[in-house]
Design a protein around this ligand. Structure first.
Ligand SMILES: Cc1cc2nc3c(=O)[nH]c(=O)nc-3n(C[C@H](O)[C@H](O)[C@H](O)COP(=O)(O)O)c2cc1C
Length: 217
């Protein structure tokens, strides 16, 4: 058994590549998973030909571009059964749903490895809602619901993960969270943020700034 390095000291920590590589496995995983900071904890809804619905927690979700409207998700290696990925590949549709803070435990539970026949909607207390032209369930409890179709799949060869690029086709927003200019005031949606795979946070609005330009002289 490897000896754990003491990380929680009162001194500045400096780790080089070798020290990172030789950290205790759990320490390294926790550290690296947390480094990219706060992300929205999001639920991906999908379904398959047998009408088996799936819901899973994803936080590695990024804005790819506004025109065309694209979002990307990082899919862990599909060396083991991944129902979200299977379903997206099968019919090309998925939904991304923000989670109300009061349901963060239910959201976390969707990351458990349920078998294919079990719907995490049912097992974890969410309501599947079909609407519009998306062949995937939205989360009824979610104040920000996005329907997408798979546009592109990019293999990240460094670690066998995938970047799944989705085209935004439908958006559903609860009342009172978007202004006339199109800005979503995410803190008003009261949705949950996550750091790493286990630490949950809520958001506070700080400021809104104009498009930055270089200072003159
Ligand atoms: C906070 C959190 C964030 C996660 N983010 C991702 C992610 O971005 N990509 C991913 O592939 N898995 C992510 N997972 C793991 C999936 O939730 C997990 O693999 C799940 O079992 C997949 O379910 P499925 O087989 O039904 O698709 C995350 C788990 C947690 C707890």
């Amino acid at each position: 058994m490897e000896e754990c390095q003491h990380l929680a000291t009162d001194k500045m920590i400096a780790l080089d590549a070798i020290e990172i590589a030789t950290l205790d496995k759990q320490q390294r995983t926790n550290l690296i998973n947390g480094l990219s900071g706060f992300k929205s904890a999001l639920l991906l809804g999908t379904t398959n030909d047998n009408n088996q619905h799936n819901l899973a927690l994803y936080s590695n979700v990024v804005h790819i571009g506004a025109n065309p409207p694209l979002m990307g998700i990082i899919q862990r290696p599909v060396s083991v059964e991944k129902h979200t990925y299977e379903n997206i590949k099968a019919n090309g549709h998925f939904t991304i749903n923000h989670i109300p803070i009061k349901l963060y435990k239910n959201g976390h539970q969707t990351s458990a490895r349920y078998d294919r026949a079990t719907s995490e909607f049912e097992a974890c207390g969410f309501t599947p809602v079909f609407k519009g032209n998306i062949i995937a369930p939205f989360v009824g409890e979610s104040p920000i619901q996005i329907g997408l179709t798979l546009e592109e799949e990019v293999k990240i060869t460094s670690n066998d993960t995938l970047l799944l690029v989705g085209r935004i086709k439908e958006i559903y927003l609860a009342p009172g969270i978007i202004d006339e200019e199109g800005f979503i005031e995410i803190a008003k949606a009261n949705t949950i943020l996550v750091q790493g795979l286990e630490s949950y946070y809520s958001a506070n609005f700080v400021d809104r700034l104009p498009y930055a330009k270089p200072h003159n002289g």
